[in-house]
Ligand binder design. Structure first.
Ligand code: NAD
Ligand code: UDP
Length: 339
């Protein structure tokens, strides 16, 4: 089976490519490097000991996609390529709608032409908005609060309509909760440009003294310690979820929705304490006001993925803390030795 992975040099995509290669799939990666680096291509080859084709192309360009499909003839697509920064999406909505929607539509069009009928899509827990009931089931009410979230919901609708129009088409909509951690080799992981927006990369940069202090956005939420609660999932567990989704998609046509989370929520303070304990390092923090648009708590009910895909998260919080730190320490060592 040959799988075309868009955004396969990005954070989640690179870990999924590793798992696909380990499971014996043939892989083709298309990534325009807008938020990743070519080094990741080499690192994946080092980790797996396997080679695979890489195309530095924009998946919004239909002609390029058509050429790649003609040459590679993939059996399935896993579509990670997208812009993903919530704040930026508020400032540049059209850039987000264009990249995140056109990419999916062009892929669907080219897939139809080449009779490729299996699509796995990166959606997000952001489609649940501010959830009314916790833990969140796939059947929960959907709503979004920013253009990034809207692109995810619109993509879900597009894929549902494609499935209605083509009874052979299979679309797996995977709603990720909060991926953190890194491959145990420390060779691939999350490496955001500039100052991180998300909690985990921020904690790590404070621990390495690249940033001075963590600002905790609010301690007056209706949560056990007042700080925000999220469902953090190890990126390798998340990657494995894609393999299970792919297996299911080859068996059954139609659109399906799955939460990929652990089912457990941790607060910001719990995350800081756990990181400090596991890595034996201090993470200075201060409490500041709430961040606009944040919700109090969000965690998955992952039962459906377990029952229907046979998938559940295996890694614990300590693994996530250790692997996130290990990746950045190793990256910083590498940077120093290249200077
Ligand atoms: P990432 O930015 O690390 O990876 C995305 C990759 O896609 C990058 O390598 C980028 O260069 C590439 N890309 C973007 N637009 C492209 C285009 N038009 N053509 C070709 N390549 C393009 O992001 P990630 O964290 O790995 O996220 C992967 C997917 O998962 C995204 O769709 C994201 O919205 C979704 N998601 C991420 C999170 C998260 O917290 N990381 C949570 C929920 C959902
Ligand atoms: N958070 C924080 N300081 C930061 C970044 C995040 O206190 O510098 C909090 C944020 O308010 C939320 C949690 O950490 O409660 C997770 O935030 P993140 O941006 O990683 O994920 P999201 O809010 O998108 O689920």
């Amino acid at each position: 089976m040959k799988v075309l992975v868009t955004g396969g040099l990005g954070y989640i995509g690179s870990h999924t490519v590793v798992e696909l290669l380990n499971e014996g799939y043939e892989v083709v990666v298309v990534d325009n490097l807008s938020n990743s680096s070519i080094d990741v291509y080499d690192k994946i080859k080092i980790i797996t000991g396997k080679d695979f084709p890489f195309y530095e192309e924009d998946v919004c360009i239909e002609k390029k996609l058509d050429e790649i499909f003609s040459k590679e003839k993939p059996d399935a697509v896993i579509h990670f390529a997208a812009y993903k920064a919530v704040g930026e999406s508020v400032e540049k909505p059209i850039m987000y709608y264009e990249n995140n929607l056109v990419s999916t539509m062009k892929l669907c069009k080219v897939m139809k032409k080449h009779n490729c009928n299996v699509f796995v899509f990166s959606s997000s827990a952001t489609v649940y908005g501010d959830p009314e009931v916790l833990p969140i089931k796939e059947s929960a009410r959907l709503s979004t609060t920013n253009p990034y979230g809207s692109t995810k919901l619109m993509n879900e609708q597009i894929l549902k309509d494609v499935c209605i129009s083509n009874k052979d088409f299979s679309a797996m909509i995977l709603r990720y909760f909060n991926p953190i951690g890194a491959h145990k080799s420390g060779l691939i992981g999350e490496n955001p440009n500039g100052i991180p927006n998300n909690l985990m990369p921020y904690i790590v940069r404070v621990a390495t003294r690249e940033l001075e202090i963590l600002s905790i956005f609010g301690d007056d939420y209706d949560t056990p310690d007042g700080t925000g609660v999220r469902d953090y999932i190890h990126v390798v567990d998340l990657a494995k979820g894609h393999i299970k989704a792919l297996e299911k998609a080859f068996q059954e046509a139609g659109v399906k929705y799955y939460n990929l989370g652990t089912g457990t929520g941790y607060s910001v303070l719990e995350m800081v304490k756990s990181f400090e304990k596991v890595n034996n390092v201090k993470v200075p923090y201060k409490i500041v006001g709430r961040r606009a648009g944040d919700i109090a708590a969000c965690y998955a009910d992952p039962t459906k993925a377990y029952n229907e895909l046979g998938w559940k998260a295996e890694f614990g919080l300590e693994d996530m803390m250790r692997d996130s730190y290990n990746f950045v320490l190793k990256l910083n060592d590498e940077k120093r030795s290249n200077e």
